[in-house]
Design a protein around this ligand. Structure first.
Ligand code: UT7
Length: 333
């Protein structure tokens, strides 16, 4: 029988600089009151100029490996929409800087769903016998793609990285991931987009416009899809696992907006106090948001051994994904 992928370590890293809502209100037409009431966000971490996604990913990866009590992995997967470069992928650099030169290493591009997609890809590597231990990182320097004149994106996104270590194990042991549900709807591709820098813009006669390297987002459309898709995807994995909603101890959803986190919990019928949230302190860290929230919950005693946990994400693409696990003991932490 093929091996299961078992979560055995978690870690995160946030760049030290904190930007408060009041600081943003000093730069653009917004207020602390608007941001808190419409998003639940109070502050976010922002990387210093010159800091790249791999810099955050290496720190988070090292912490996850330490939590797993290991210093090696034979594959590294990095989920990001802000890679260090369009080419090559960011993962090989992360692997080498962690002393893992020689490991299989690749990026996953599924925007804010990227971490769940990366977990699924890593699970596939383990169950196919390609890797016995995989470091899975979600990392973003979102500040590099934010239009300083766009208040709807500037107030919600932050920078950060989170990581987990998966090892080969048994399907019925705590930490085993699965089942997975993944999906996409490319008809909504322009709901969240960075127009420039890819073959579509470079292959056209039109040069990139001044704002085309920034992310644009249709907030209300994305909001609506986020709740619908995460709820449906969550129900799908629960049904496949034979778990009842009432069995869930924790829901760790993509941290995009506190109102989305709350509506998802309400739609699923999960008490809101079971929905893990750290968005007030970190904002929306894209592909990093789920592992950053997991590491934060571990640090604050918000995840107990044996807890039944739902992970669910939604993002650009449009894309979404969910999986389940029972929270494992973390020996190295
Ligand atoms: O992580 C990937 C997935 N992303 C998401 O899931 C994000 C989902 N969307 C959202 O979180 C929300 O749609 C936003 C936070 C982006 C916007 O909140 P909203 O409640 O949907 O606001 P809105 O776009 O409906 O705008 C309401 C009003 C508008 O003013 P008018 O036209 O009513 O006068 C906006 O111009 O709020 C205005 N507004 C702001 N006002 C103060 C928009 N952004 C701001 C702001 N400060 N930062």
């Amino acid at each position: 029988m093929s091996a299961a992928a078992v979560l055995c370590g978690v870690g995160s890293y946030l760049p030290p600089r904190v930007v408060t809502n009041d600081e943003l209100a000093g730069r653009m037409d917004t207020t602390d009151e608007w941001i808190r009431s419409r998003t639940g966000i109070g502050r976010r971490h922002v990387a210093d100029p010159g800091t790249a996604t791999s810099d955050l990913a290496v720190e988070a990866g090292a912490r996850a490996l330490k939590s797993a009590g290991r210093d090696s992995a034979d594959a590294v997967v990095v989920a990001t929409m802000t890679p260090d470069h369009p080419c090559p992928a960011t993962a090989p650099a992360v692997a080498s800087r962690l002393g893992l030169t020689g490991a299989a290493a690749f990026d996953v591009g599924a925007v804010c769903s990227g971490f769940v997609y990366a977990l699924a890809a890593a699970t596939g590597l383990v169950s196919a016998g390609v890797a016995r231990r995989v470091l899975v990182v979600g990392a973003e320097v979102n500040s590099t793609v934010l239009d300083p004149a766009d208040r709807s994106t500037s107030v919600i996104f932050g920078d950060g990285a989170g990581a987990v270590v998966l090892r080969a194990g048994e399907p019925d042991e705590p930490g085993a991931l699965g089942p997975f549900d993944l999906g996409s709807d490319g008809t909504g591709a322009d709901h969240i987009m960075i127009a420039a820098g890819g073959s579509r813009q470079r292959g056209s006669d039109a040069p990139a416009g001044p704002g085309d390297a920034y992310m644009t987002m249709r907030g209300q459309e994305v909001f609506r899809h986020a709740v619908l898709r995460m709820a449906a995807s969550s129900r799908s994995v629960l049904a496949e696992a034979g778990w009842d909603v009432a069995d869930l101890d924790r829901v760790v959803s993509h941290q995009a907006n506190q109102r989305i986190i709350n509506q998802l919990a309400d739609d699923l019928g999960v008490p809101r106090d079971r929905a893990v949230s750290n968005i007030e302190r970190v904002g929306n860290t894209g592909a990093a948001s789920i592992p950053v929230a997991l590491a934060d919950a571990v640090d604050r005693g918000g995840l107990d051994e044996g807890d039944r946990v739902l992970l669910t994400a939604f993002g650009g693409g449009l894309s979404w994904g969910s999986t389940l696990l029972r929270w494992p003991p973390l020996d190295g932490s």
